[in-house]
Design a protein. Structure first.
Length: 380
């Protein structure tokens, strides 16, 4: 059976490990096992003593407890530790939906949030709730969402902080979304992989977990905590029937989490505030570089500063960002992501601000732009 190509992952598989200057990563700067253990005051001998047997299928009880403590209204029973974060999207879609059900997905979106749902319910049954935009920011149109709901709609899929726009709703908007889900008997699926990456000046909001009658929250250590190599993710599913169905599907995909990842995840959660603060500080520094860069190139880019998260969706005044990105990677060794992989038209790129080498990569990009001018009319 075919599924749509996972454009973003194909792009990174091709370029991530061969292109020296990266401007589009969504993860934050990582650290070594040694540095993580040192930060948490744990001896490497402890890791050495770890048994490499099978682990508990829902996750180590202590890890589930530590995850539950990150939320207001969640107990460890609600938590399912995954084999990888992205697996949680597949499991939730499989367990909660049947072919022919309708799903509404906030768009553009990380490929899996569109393609997996289209795969399971049928492409015609996934309705895109598109962001709108002003000159300076992205906006949610909640009235537009209400118009997309039909008697067959079963799920609303959102992602906050949002990849790729960097949007974060207000607390009032979040409450309204939960109320809309309840009024229409929808499962509210919120991808919170970037949870806690809130920039100064943006009011933070709580998790969606437990805000509506039926919520499923996806989160993990890849982005906010800079640990994508652990592949640690989890679902928070307060509804026990849905949770059991998700666990049944998980037995077919990963059975139980990898033991070394669970060990290191528990270590990481003891220092989660430090890891998160380090990521936020780096993003804020890099955003200042980006502000200055876009100020110097007003005709070439449309900059809408992100409110949260580690990425931004940037308009670029070239006929095809896909073609330009491949030229840039090959000729300058600089990587930008064509946001067409995330469902935008081909005049947007995604930028990522979580990496330590962002400034150096931006300098390389600017040098290439100066040497290879693009004649552009102002973007609207
Ligand atoms: C919104 C969103 N959800 C889920 C994932 C999957 O996370 P991971 O790659 O750690 O499995 C990503 C990764 O980019 C993402 O951006």
């Amino acid at each position: 059976m075919q599924i749509a190509p996972f454009g973003t992952e194909h792009f990174f598989a091709r370029y991530e490990f061969t292109t020296p200057y990266q401007l589009c990563n969504s993860d934050c700067e990582t650290l070594t096992v040694h540095d993580l253990l040192t930060l948490a005051g744990v001896s490497p001998d402890e890791l050495g003593k770890l048994s490499l047997g099978y682990t508990e299928s829902l996750g180590h009880p202590q890890l589930r407890r530590m995850i539950a403590e990150m939320y207001d209204q969640v107990t460890s029973d609600d938590v399912v530790v995954l084999g990888t974060p992205v697996e949680g999207i597949y499991l939730a879609a499989r367990a909660a939906l049947d072919p022919g059900d309708e799903v509404i997905v906030l768009s553009p979106a990380y490929d899996a949030l569109l393609n997996l749902f289209e795969h399971i319910v049928g492409a015609a049954n996934v309705r895109r709730w598109e962001f709108t935009a002003t000159d300076t920011q992205w906006c949610l149109d909640i009235e537009r969402l209400r118009k997309l709901i039909t008697p067959r709609t079963r799920m609303l899929v959102v992602n906050f902080p949002h990849n790729p726009t960097g949007y974060l709703p207000s607390r009032e908007q979040l409450t309204e979304l939960a109320a809309i889900a309840d009024e229409n008997n929808l499962t509210l699926f919120c991808d919170e992989m970037y949870f806690g990456l809130v920039h100064s000046g943006t009011p933070s909001i709580p998790s969606v977990a437990g805000l509506a009658r039926r919520t499923v929250v996806l989160s993990g250590l890849s982005k906010t905590y800079g640990l994508p190599g652990l592949r640690t993710g989890w679902l928070v599913v307060p509804d026990s029937e849905l949770r059991q169905s998700i666990v049944n599907w998980k037995f077919y995909t990963s059975i139980c989490p990898p033991a070394p990842s669970e060990f290191l995840a528990m270590v990481a959660l003891t220092v989660r505030d430090q890891l998160r603060a380090r990521s936020v500080a780096r993003i804020e520094q890099n955003l200042q570089l980006a502000d200055a860069f876009f100020h110097r190139w007003p005709e070439l880019f449309k900059w809408r500063r992100p409110m949260a998260g580690s990425v931004a969706l940037v308009g670029m005044n070239v006929p095809s960002v896909t073609a330009y990105a491949s030229q840039l990677a090959q000729e300058a060794g600089v990587l930008i992501l064509p946001a067409a992989t995330l469902g935008t038209d081909d005049r947007y790129m995604r930028m990522g601000f979580g990496r330590a080498a962002f400034g150096e990569a931006l300098e390389q990009f600017e040098a290439f732009l100066s040497e290879h001018p693009i004649s552009a009319a102002p973007l609207t």
